[in-house]
Design a protein around this ligand. Structure first.
Ligand code: HEC
Length: 199
């Protein structure tokens, strides 16, 4: 029995080494979905209309490069043009990864940082509005023209976010039963969480 326990432990140690060598300690390991945003952030979303508002994006750009406030210079690690200049900094140009981030997750990470990395919490230095401007700007490195639609749980064309009376927006949506009289324009089923995509 003792031996079994020993082998189990050895196997676990081996696994964690394998996991470490996969991520290599850098920020750009294999593409996996980010953890879900904690409860206090899960319901926070981009203010209405901002995805398509170039002035917000421009304010986000000035924040990002440290023009608005030299104490806040995201570009000093993430790079002015999105090409990271500090090892391990997230590369926002990698759309395959970034499309797995909801706006809430993005906002949460900027607010609270990523533990045990160089990415610190910015909520004391940046208002909520400023953090949203940064999300609006950063998403342009790979998700240009898109916005996160909380109702669809997906990135869609920026102008479509909240514009159409989509699921969630219309309180008088037929609640089933009379579906025969109201041909559904769109599938009503909730889309799968992006996490399902995996690697
Ligand atoms: C000192 C360097 C540094 C600065 C400055 C910095 N970051 Fe980061 N950032 C990082 C690193 C390193 C990571 C990768 C963390 C990890 O491994 O998940 C990261 C990750 C991120 C992520 C993704 C988090 C995730 O879960 O993948 C976002 C979003 C982000 N940064 C936004 C910003 C914004 C906005 C600013 C400016 C307000 C900023 N960063 C400033 C180093 C930095």
């Amino acid at each position: 029995m003792r031996q079994t326990a020993f082998y189990q432990m050895a196997a676990m140690v081996g696994l964690s080494f394998a996991a470490m060598s996969c991520t290599g300690g850098g920020g750009e390991g294999p593409i996996v979905p980010p953890p879900p945003a904690p409860a206090e952030y899960a319901d926070k979303h981009m203010p209405a209309g901002w995805w398509a508002d170039e002035s917000k994006v421009e304010e986000g750009r000035k924040l990002f490069i440290g023009e608005t406030n030299p104490d806040v210079n995201c570009a000093s690690c993430h790079g002015k043009d999105g090409k990271p200049v500090k090892a391990g900094a997230r590369d926002f140009r990698v759309g395959e990864r970034m499309k797995l981030y909801s706006d809430s997750v993005w906002f949460w990470r900027i607010s609270e940082g990523v533990p045990n990395t160089k990415m610190k919490a910015w909520k004391t230095k940046l208002s909520e509005e400023d953090r949203w401007k940064l999300v609006a700007f950063e998403r342009n490195f790979s998700l240009s023209g898109k916005g996160w639609d909380p109702a669809k749980n997906a990135w869609v064309a920026a102008a479509e976010v909240g514009a159409a009376p989509a699921a969630g927006a219309a309180p008088e949506a037929p609640a089933g039963g009379d579906s025969a009289t109201a041909p559904a324009a769109e599938p009503a089923a909730a889309p799968a969480a992006p996490a399902a995509e995996g690697k």
